[in-house]
Design a protein around this ligand. Structure first.
Ligand code: NAP
Length: 553
């Protein structure tokens, strides 16, 4: 029985390197890796050793014999990535090429010291890569008291296995040389120049914190918002705790059909009792228990073949929710199926073609996928009552009534003070992660390449940046820090006395897990004050640790 990669694949490639027979593709050195929707195990070559299972940070790999019914479509999906062959392939000993860790040359002026701004996947993968080298020091700065960016505040609560990657990140925080400065905002508590004066390099992995905004009349009325704000509210991000979310209406319309729209559609139609076993925020769960929503329409401006969601997420959605299409959209699916040649698109269209019809009365809250709808304006005077669309490519106009209209048209990076910014692509212009016009500054993740890809895509992205950084350090292009390491700690604590360190984060983590009890993975704190109170309860480090820390300084 081969192993199978399932929906929650993070694509970080750890399984590729663990596999002794090189049967997982695309591997990070293959051209399709950057754009792959997930990785696939070749069932004919898999020797069923299970090495990939322990390597996968998100628990996405399952022996075929242990798949749950909802995961069965992934058997065919893994197999369909490979050409059809007869029988079992002989095992191969050819290992996938491992990306070499960058070798840091020893230097008289002290160890390589890097500030990383942000603590999401790109930041933590960069820290991991740097700390493969003995003696390197990495200081991670995060403006919230809790780390891990979108893994904590963006991954939907019903995708708990994806959040398991935080266990890997927790391991990175325990590597000697790693320091957390949480609840510290670079740009207000500390400037870029100050960071540079205390480090050889500053690596920004700050993501794309803004939404792309839809510029149509009526956006901004009560009852309008963005899917990314709702995701943050659902996930207990402290800045979104008081977001006004009114679920007292039967229909929600989401504009845009990417994976974020799917996340929101799933949560808004899910059984609250099932969500109660996740780490969803208490305020979102309470609102969902009172929700009147019976239909979420996910509206795309183009046709089915151009859907932005990925195939694994479509399989996940259709196996857990009622998803329907109306008759006209079924016709569009058939039209696209007749033309589609690319197997991935065909696969998506085949699944869409089997969806139920929207005219059949719903038995429970459901999702309707709708196509060829370009948003024109929000209908309503004092609050949103619906959306008016043009039928894309025609003069036809269509209105959908709704009490909540959310746009889900992508994230957008924001400028970093002191660094250049490309307003069109909303990224910091860079060459392999090196900010060309700002010596000593580097970028990784969405602020480097734009808001695309999965958690694991950031591993190879961060590795590329770290290779550029180390090459510059080895080449003598980075100035030694002007201050001793102890001066940084003093400066940060002076500017932000409520700074949270690794021990503080561990205390918050433990308190949230304890609050979750037996039924939930954790019950999140949703205000900064609660987080800081929990961090303050962290026990002081043992004497030996304090002595060692003093010596290191
Ligand atoms: P996305 O995948 O880029 O989708 C954006 C959607 O907005 C598309 O349907 C796009 O339509 C539409 N759109 C853009 N401008 C529009 C406009 N002016 N009017 C109407 N529609 C417009 O963005 P996302 O859903 O925010 O996802 C961001 C990234 O995170 C993606 O790489 C996604 O795969 C990833 N992600 C992954 C997961 C997961 O794996 N579970 C979960 C969440 C997010 P067009 O295609 O016509 O431009």
């Amino acid at each position: 029985m081969p192993h199978v990669i399932t929906q929650s694949c993070c694509s970080d490639g750890s399984c590729v390197f663990a596999c002794p027979v090189n049967c997982i593709h695309p591997s990070p050195d293959e051209p399709g890796f950057a754009t792959a929707e997930m990785l696939y195990i070749d069932p004919a070559a898999c020797v069923d050793c299970g090495a990939c299972v322990s390597a996968c940070p998100v628990g996405a790999i399952v022996p075929e014999s242990q798949l749950e019914p909802r995961q069965l479509p992934f058997v065919e999906l893994n197999a369909s990535f490979y050409p059809k062959r007869e029988g079992k392939l002989p095992p191969t000993s050819k290992l996938a090429p491992v990306i070499e860790a960058p070798h840091v040359d020893a230097r008289a002026g002290g160890p390589l010291t890097v500030a990383i701004v942000g603590s999401g996947p790109a930041a933590m993968y960069a820290a991991d890569e740097l700390l493969t080298q003995r003696g390197v020091r990495v200081n991670v700065f995060e403006r919230l008291p809790t780390p891990y960016g979108l893994v904590r505040a963006g991954v939907a609560p019903d995708h708990q296995s994806t959040k398991r990657v935080t266990k890997l990140f927790d391991k990175v925080t325990r590597v000697p040389g790693f320091t957390f400065y949480l609840n510290v905002e670079v740009g207000s508590d500390l400037t870029h120049d100050e960071l540079l004066a205390h480090h050889h390099a500053v690596l920004y992995a700050v993501g794309a914190p803004n939404d792309r905004r839809l510029d149509i009349d009526g956006m901004g009325l009560p009852g309008t918002g963005t899917a990314t704000e709702i995701v943050a509210w659902i996930n207990g991000h402290p800045e979104y705790t008081n977001l006004p979310v009114d679920l007292g209406y039967e229909r929600v319309v989401i504009v845009g059909n990417g994976n974020v729209a799917f996340d929101v559609g799933r949560i808004l139609t899910a059984d609250p009792d099932a969500l109660a076993r996740t780490d969803i925020s208490d305020h979102a769960l309470a609102a969902l228990r009172d929700s009147k929503v019976t239909e979420v329409v996910i509206a795309a401006r183009r046709g089915p073949a151009d859907s932005a969601f990925t195939l694994p997420e479509l399989i996940g959605l259709t196996s857990t929710c009622d998803v329907v299409l109306d008759a006209a959209d079924h016709e569009l699916v058939q039209r696209d199926l007749a033309k589609a040649s690319d197997p991935l698109t065909r696969n998506k269209l085949e699944i869409l073609s089997k969806l139920g019809d929207a005219s059949v009365p719903a038995m429970r809250a459901r999702i309707r996928l709708a196509y060829q709808l370009t948003p024109n304006r929000i209908v309503g005077e004092k609050r949103a009552e619906g959306v008016e669309f043009t039928v894309t490519g025609t003069d036809g106009v269509r209105q959908l009534s709704a009490g909540l209209v959310l746009t889900s048209i992508g994230y957008r990076g924001k400028p970093i003070r002191g660094l250049p910014f490309d307003e069109v692509a909303a990224v910091v212009p860079n060459d392999g992660g090196r900010v060309v016009e700002a010596p000593g500054a580097y970028v990784a993740g969405w602020i480097k390449r734009g808001p695309t890809g999965f958690i694991g895509t950031n591993k190879s992205c961060a590795a590329q940046t770290v290779h550029s950084l180390v090459a510059d350090y080895n080449g003598g292009l980075l100035s030694d820090p002007a201050h001793k390491p102890a001066a940084l700690d003093k400066l940060v604590r002076g500017r932000q006395p409520a700074m949270v360190d690794v021990a503080g984060w561990k205390a918050i983590d433990a308190a949230e897990i304890a609050r979750g009890g037996d039924d939930r993975p954790r019950d999140k704190f949703t205000t900064t004050a609660e987080m800081l109170a929990a961090a303050a309860a962290a026990p002081p480090p043992p004497m030996i640790k304090r002595l060692l820390a003093g010596l290191r300084r």
